[in-house]
Design a binder for this molecule. Structure first.
Ligand SMILES: [Zn+2]
Length: 184
């Protein structure tokens, strides 16, 4: 039987990684075999862990290209987890489809929009294959409403891929995003 594919998306500080970790716990508490992957580009926190903003951490295999996952898979995993999918190449969809065919469940989390309000290609591509998409929101940093959907970049260069945390990004709602961009 095919595995299930759950995709968790949203802006920064929306609890995507915490949500991913809560799914990981379902498997680890049940003593089920899993693998967790993360992009090597994300060096905000300890590189061999997936860490939520609240500090919960789970061991993860850092990789650069999605096909490197094949080097680590035993195919008897009950589930495979991938954090920060927006940083991966589009070939991730092929690896995921291979896993699903083998009956392995896949859970991914990632940003859906860049700070320029453009879709992250790999995340959007994966959404076409997901059985379930969990769309998370953040509390808007400006107005305090629970409708933050976009990560707004405070400082740094103009690169759309530019890893950072609280010092570089805030999560805002669409209205506040427009206001902040008008003020820039
Ligand atoms: Zn707002």
């Amino acid at each position: 039987m095919s595995g299930k594919f759950i995709l968790i998306v949203g802006p920064m500080y929306s609890g995507k990684t915490s949500e991913l970790i809560s799914f990981i716990e379902i498997y680890t508490l049940g003593k089920k075999k899993i693998k967790v992957f993360k992009p090597i580009i994300d060096t905000r926190y300890a590189s061999e862990y997936v860490v939520s903003h609240t500090g919960t951490k789970v061991e993860a295999i850092p990789i650069k290209e999605s096909k490197e996952m094949y080097n680590y898979l035993d195919y008897d995993e009950k589930a495979v987890f991938v954090d920060e999918v927006q940083f991966f190449d589009e070939g991730l969809k092929d690896v995921i489809n291979d896993l699903l065919k083998k009956g392995i469940n896949v859970y991914c989390s990632g940003l859906d929009l860049t700070y320029k309000n453009n879709p992250f290609q790999t995340t959007i591509l994966l959404s076409a294959y997901a059985d379930e998409i969990i769309k998370k929101k953040a509390v808007c940093h400006e107005c305090g409403e629970y409708n933050g959907t976009i990560s707004f970049k405070l400082v740094g260069n103009g690169d759309e891929i530019d890893v950072g945390g609280f010092e570089k990004y805030i999560a805002v709602c669409r209205d506040c995003y427009e206001k902040l961009n008008a003020e820039k």
